[in-house]
Design a binder for this molecule. Structure first.
Ligand code: FES
Ligand SMILES: [Fe+2]
Length: 328
């Protein structure tokens, strides 16, 4: 389960994209049905009914449970069967499906990529401070790319592409500074959540910084002064071998009324669209072992991600989310 992406917390959805109607979302090869119970708390269960396999997300929420559209069995947020119509004698305690741990924080719904087992809770979800700081306004966007998530993640951590792909937007200043002899240096430091990096052009430190928060979030600090903060977060969510869904969140400490959100969402869409045009052409779709492609000094941040991917997520010793269906 969740092959190559097991036992990690990931943003799954913007909160407001899950309303009364259940929603089907594929994450790392697993199709999940998200729904909100009567108190609004979100849950996620496997999106195929354990009775005859149809999609639970096509059903409806009844009380605190999700009702299957085929024979009306209902499932709670822990995956436990609550009702089996026509069968008052059914041994419901033995009937369950797989649920995964879910949390709703700072405008996003997060999941832990392993079956929910009450005797073995997941590690705590830790978020970047730029998402949790009070008083920030947020603009959100979901975008799907036709590429493997590792290519999309590396793109998000790639400083040198900015003046080429984002000439008129976030790469404008780097484009102006670039001459045939200009030198780019990338400084990287470890952080509790992953890595952070800054750049110097011909020895001069540039404003802004770029963070990698394991397993799949990029945080670009575009403006980061005590008076003013403007940050772009992108959760790069694996879907399948050739599809990635990006959940983009801009946070800002200025122009905070929500009437400005569409404007910032539009700017997110433009920037991410610039990347998409190039990235979807990557071959192979999944980032290969480092030795299979040419790399130079300024690729060190993306190579550190690639090492993390091969050593900790994808590799033969990667944590597995199995066994499933064993319940508690
Ligand atoms: S297929 Fe879901 S209740 Fe029968
Ligand atoms: Fe980019």
């Amino acid at each position: 389960m969740f092959r190559g992406f097991a036992r990690v917390w990931t943003a799954a959805l913007p909160s407001r994209s899950l309303q009364k109607k259940p929603r089907s979302v594929v994450i790392a090869g697993e199709r999940l049905a998200f729904f909100r119970d009567s108190s609004g708390t979100p849950h996620a269960v496997a999106d195929h009914c354990p009775h005859r396999g149809v999609r639970l997300s096509l059903g409806r929420v009844k009380g605190d449970c999700l009702e299957c559209p085929f024979h009306g069995w209902t499932f709670d947020g822990q995956g436990q069967v609550c009702d089996v119509p026509w069968n008052p004698d059914a041994k419901k305690q033995n009937l369950r499906t797989v649920a995964v741990p879910v949390e709703e924080r700072d405008g996003l719904i997060w999941i832990y990529t392993a079956p929910l087992v009450s005797s073995s809770p997941p590690p705590p979800l830790t978020l970047p401070a730029t998402l949790t700081r009070p008083g920030l306004a947020r603009a959100m966007l979901e975008v799907t790319w036709r590429t493997h998530w590792t290519r999309a993640m590396e793109n998000m951590l790639d400083w040198p592409h900015l003046p080429f792909v984002h000439t008129g937007t976030i790469g404008r200043d780097m484009a102006k500074a670039m001459t045939p002899t200009t030198r780019l240096d990338i400084e990287i430091e470890k952080t509790p959540l992953g890595l952070t990096s800054t750049i110097a052009i011909d020895g001069k430190l540039q404003p802004g910084s770029l963070e990698f928060c394991k397993p799949n979030m990029m945080v670009l600090h575009i403006i980061d002064t005590p008076e003013r903060q403007f940050c772009m977060h992108v959760a790069v969510v694996p879907v399948d071998d050739v599809t990635t869904r990006m959940v983009v969140v801009n946070t800002r400490s200025f122009l905070t009324p929500s009437v400005f959100n569409p404007l910032f969402a539009l700017s997110n869409r433009k920037i991410v669209g610039e990347d998409r045009a190039v990235l979807e052409s990557s071959f192979p779709s999944e980032a290969p072992p480092p030795g299979d492609e040419l790399s130079v000094r300024t690729d060190k941040l993306t190579l550190l991600f690639r090492k993390y991917w091969f050593d900790e997520l994808r590799g033969p010793t990667a944590p597995q989310a199995l066994p499933i269906l064993l319940g508690d």
